[in-house]
Design a protein around this ligand. Sequence first.
Ligand SMILES: C[S@@+](CC[C@H](N)C(=O)[O-])C[C@H]1O[C@@H](n2cnc3c(N)ncnc32)[C@H](O)[C@@H]1O
Length: 529
Amino acid sequence: MTSLATVKLTARQRGDFQTPEELAREVWSTLDAAQYDLVIEPTFGLGSFLTTMPSECKANVLGWEIHKIYYQAMIATFGEKIDSSRVRLLRRDVFTASGTDITATPDSTVLVIGNPPWVTNSEQGTLGGANSGEKRNLKNLSGFAAMTGKSNFDISEAIILHFVSLLKDRCRSVQFALLTKFSVVRNLVQFLAPHASIGDYEFHKIDSALHFNAAVDAGLLKFRLDKNSELRQTCWMYASVGGAKVGEIGLVNNKLIYDLAAYRRTGFMESDGRSGYVWRQGVKHDMSKRMELSETAGGIRNGLGELVDVEDAVLYQLYKCSDIFHGRQSRYVVPIHQRDLKDNLEDLPERFPKLHLYFTKHEAAFRARKSSIYRNRPTFSIFGIGDYTHYVYKIAIGALYSAPVFRLLEPNPRPAIVDDTSYMLATNDYDEAVYLLAIVNLDCSREFLNSISHATEKRRFSKDVLARLLIPPMEKCPPELRHKLKCEWARSRTFSTELQRSIQDWLSKDQPKRTEKMNFELLPNALTL
Ligand SMILES: C[S@@+](CC[C@H](N)C(=O)[O-])C[C@H]1O[C@@H](n2cnc3c(N)ncnc32)[C@H](O)[C@@H]1O
């Protein structure tokens, strides 16, 4: 294999974000520097974690850096500051680090400190680089490839795991203190969960725009490896480096929970496959200029400004993700000419001749759609369509927002549909629509959904997240509650706090026996509205 140290990597391939000394000092201030025998800086760069090492730290120092200019600069500056017999700085690819480089003894206390590269393996792919360590020396951490093999992972994740693997049987304890993206923390907490001697995770948020001019959710990740102890498996979250503790994340039944306190209160809303309803993604057509039509005083126009003459009955009212979130009226109508995904649209000319004529005029644009989902499908086909699309009432949520806002969409006067960045429950029964709205809008539902998803996810309220919310079939709801729901909604189009509490009580008491391992007891009685 070519040595990476002989390859010219760009700054992006090296994930180069040099840490300001002030931030490195903050990181050191959270550590007891005097206790370590060996300090490892996996990718030291210009070396701020080494140049700011507190004087009470008498440890040996070991580090790697691939970039020649940084290496030379570091040797020049650091060499003057510290007794060189204690220091071993290598101009090498860190993925070549092996057991023979580690000078620790079984009694050693080691600190791994630094800021490994901020770049993902897929970015490496597009940059034509090979700086991922993917196929190098991670095989001894079985399961890593299975978990991250084909998916995208940060190369800092691979570097951290490389050192976990190198150090776990070579010393007494290791403290890791590394600046990383939050996504790395998520993966590590999940991946390392089976190892009881690895834990005590902490994540201290940093202002990455201020320190690195980068819009990334990043922070200081600390965790310990102590072969003689059982460590806490959850990760405490801090508002800033050494700042206030603001939460706790951890695994429950192998799924990451982003707010354990909230989940303890609302985990009874975990459906465990018992939900009576299926969330559906909205309509996808990739033809917004031609399919999203505006109703104007002068008639219906498309996004190209053309007047469009199509059958009234085929037009449905479109609610986009932002319309749902902001409680706005629909701004467009969309032709829904397809019955479901099996519909071959052969009878389209007979069913909707005017629409067929309009589509035929724009056939070239339909054929030019890039997404592979349209391949081998009828030319005018659209996606996210089923019998549910034609149901009269929809309970909708825009998935791209970081707060769960649900709305009941009623025909006005046309049936409502949602776009493909939104999800919905659909029914023809008005009472059922009201029941569904009441359940999804409970405080415990929203708190539960927030606890199982993370605000930085692009599609936070995905189908998978929504499917975890317990919504029993309406027939299971006690008749007196159903009656109250109907009456209150008819009277005021809201649900009283008292009624919401009653529904929440019903949901929290109707608990099946859980068989899987939970790392705490659920507390259904600690409910708050
Ligand atoms: C995010 S910067 C941080 C540098 C330094 N630790 C600091 O905190 O300022 C990452 C560093 O990793 C170096 N690097 C990237 N890939 C490497 C590899 N495979 N082996 C060694 N160093 C590498 C880069 O050149 C860069 O200096």
